[in-house]
Design a protein around this ligand. Structure first.
Ligand code: ADP
Length: 609
């Protein structure tokens, strides 16, 4: 699997990556750049009009050296204005140009904002889609905190980088326009000025490199902080129960401090750009005045030149500042591009065969799965058959491989050896979405979404009727407590169903699973939070309503597996026994020993798990 972090060297690569992230929307950059050029052309024209304006005021038309180049062009253009009102008309023209430029700048700004917001939205969608396209194990490896940080915070930073990019294009357009106009007024002076600009830009290169390093550091510490927040918030109960709030606060503080320090270091660099460039440009101004006088430019042209140079300066400063900004945003760009670029070969690919119903058995043939982690056993060479309509129990201690087998059945990951056959067809050939619709899962980790009770039961069954939803709730023995809730089925439950008891939440997930009327229902300790009485009711109702539904049960309480048709005993990733429970109970093997031990415990009224 390829998820090496992508590194972008220099702001040019960052800009290229930004263009690529824009996708087809990058065409909007063309009108953005055109509008920027137009805006500054209008401004340049306005400043250029100062030459005939000053000429007119001095009454020195035709005599000064401003009547060459750009000054001459504008002079000719204004010559046809009636002499009596020339001054007023030039002033009106300058005002008109200012208003027009303001309107164009507004259009440029709105187009830029529209591009940035759309690209941001597209990126969030693409990244979120990517979390479903990469394998479940890769998601675990990357960490929820990091993913959350990338989709939420880093996309914002990439949006800021887009914003910087559009501002950079505007500043570059402005500089280009002003430089052209300066060249038109006096090319020798302007060549000297360009030489000095390049010198300043070279000095700023070191700052850009440092900003890039700081930007990367910031992404890393932000991901750590996000990870800490997600972990601590998801384990609130454990933290409080173990009284480790202080430890969590300490860890959080350390992560938060690291972010603060990284932000501070980045801002120190950013802050230095504006004053440093300003200082560097001061001698340039004086140099230009001296050289202008030396070249005998003439007063009107020199005034216009200096004014234009003065207007050019902030744009040049902005170019330097924005390049540093872009460099600082390289880290977030790399982060987003890296996640988008992950091509996870371990993610199961859908097969082409449709499946609308499981007709026969599901067969595990020498199935092994290796998590690729040294201390993890995974499962090794497992073979057994789940006949249609049967109840199969997977039994074994923690870490034996039960959940791994369920993961393989759902194709969260595929076997590293062996295969699973459904109606004699390899599972990998079946359409993945079709196949997953045939199975449903209710587990001990209750996964409820924010929304009402009704929405939670209907989750995954969008076409279910009102009656079917209520019937599923009855089947899961949830109808009474739902009726007693304020609002009944419309009662809102928290993001993780926090205002319901463990047993109530488990009954809702059971109702949700049963509503889908799957061909195979997997119950992974799905009733362990219920009292024995409720558990009996649920199981009785389920057995009465199941029809030819296949049941796969994972349970520590052996009384639940007594009525199974087949028991598979797992230990350390291997199937050590397999057969009907009555047979295994009398065999003197592992299941028999487990059974005897638990019967003795049950006798003392204690239930493990
Ligand atoms: P059970 O469900 O019986 O408790 P599992 O199937 O969860 O057992 O685990 C089987 C083996 O696989 C154990 O050695 C466990 O450490 C390992 N394992 C399970 N999940 C992962 C995972 N996500 N990454 C690495 N190893 C895992």
């Amino acid at each position: 699997m390829s998820h090496q972090r992508i590194r972008l060297d220099g702001d040019r690569q960052a800009v290229r990556a930004l263009f690529a992230l824009c996708g087809r929307r990058r065409v909007i950059l063309i009108p953005i750049i055109v509008l920027a050029i137009l805006a500054f052309l209008l401004e340049g024209m306005g400043i250029g009009l100062l030459i005939p304006l000053v000429d007119t005021m001095l009454g020195s038309q035709g005599q000064t050296s401003s009547q060459v180049g750009f000054g001459a062009v504008l002079g000719t253009l204004t010559d046809w204005l009636p002499e009596d009102h020339r001054l007023t008309l030039i002033v009106v023209l300058v005002c008109l140009l200012i208003v027009l430029k303001a309107a164009v700048i507004y259009g440029h700004h709105m187009l830029s904002v529209s591009l940035t917001s759309h690209v941001g939205g597209d990126l969030r969608d693409r990244l979120f889609r990517q979390t479903f396209d990469i394998g479940l194990l890769t998601i675990q490896r990357l960490g929820i905190g990091r993913l959350n940080n990338t989709i939420d915070i880093q996309v914002w930073k990439v949006c800021q980088a887009f914003d910087t990019l559009t501002h950079l294009t505007a500043s570059m357009a402005a500089s280009l326009v002003f430089l052209c106009l300066l060249l038109l007024i006096s090319w020798p002076l302007t060549l000297a000025v360009i030489g000095s600009f390049l010198l300043v830009s070279l000095i700023m290169l070191a700052v850009r490199r440092a900003a890039q390093r700081r930007g990367r550091e910031l992404v890393g510490v932000n991901a750590d902080l996000s990870g800490r927040i997600v972990e601590s918030l998801t384990h609130q109960r454990m933290v409080r129960a173990f009284g480790t709030e202080h430890l969590e606060m300490q860890r959080f503080h350390l992560a938060s401090e690291a972010v603060r320090r990284a932000v501070w270091r980045t801002e120190l660099l950013r802050g230095i750009v504006a004053p440093a460039t300003e200082l560097l440009y001061v001698p340039l101004m004086f140099g230009a005045i001296g050289l202008g006088l030396l070249l005998d430019l003439g007063m009107p042209a020199l005034v216009a030149y200096l004014l234009m140079l003065y207007r050019l300066q902030p744009h040049l400063r902005e170019i330097d500042r924005q390049r540093v900004e872009l460099a600082a945003h390289t880290g977030p760009i790399e982060d987003v591009v890296t996640l988008l670029d992950i091509r996870d070969e371990t993610a199961p690919r859908s097969g082409h065969r449709p499946i609308t119903r499981i007709q026969g058995s599901i067969r595990f043939e020498g199935v092994s799965f290796d998590y690729g982690v040294a201390e993890s056993a995974g499962v090794d060479d497992i073979s057994f058959t789940i006949p249609k309509g049967a109840t199969v129990a997977l039994v074994g201690p923690s870490g034996a491989g039960k959940s791994t087998l369920i993961g393989l059945l759902f194709r969260f990951f595929d076997p590293t050896a062996g295969r699973i056959l459904v109606d004699d067809v390899p599972l990998t050939e079946l359409n993945l979405a079709d196949w997953r619709r045939r199975l449903t899962f209710a587990g001990q980790d209750v996964e409820l979404m924010s929304g009402t009770v009704y929405e939670n039961i209907a989750y995954g069954s969008p076409d279910a009727s009102d009656e079917a939803i209520r019937a599923a709730a009855r089947l899961a023995h949830a109808d009474h407590f739902i009726a007693a809730l304020p609002g009944g089925y419309d009662a809102p439950i928290g993001a993780r169903g926090l205002n319901l008891s463990g047993g109530q939440r488990q009954r809702l997930t059971l109702a949700r699973a049963m509503l889908r009327r799957p061909d195979v229902l997997i119950l992974d300790e799905a009733t362990n939070s219920l009292d024995s009485e409720s558990e009996d009711v649920v199981l009785q109702r389920l057995h009465a309503a199941r029809g030819d539904m296949t049941l796969v049960v994972i349970a520590h309480r052996l009384r639940l597996v007594r009525h199974a048709d087949l028991v598979v005993v797992l230990d350390n990733g291997r199937a050590i026994e397999c057969g009907p429970p009555a047979e295994l109970m009398s065999s003197g093997g592992a299941f028999d020993r487990l059974w005897r031990r638990q019967s003795a415990v049950d006798h003392h009224d204690w239930v493990p798990g």
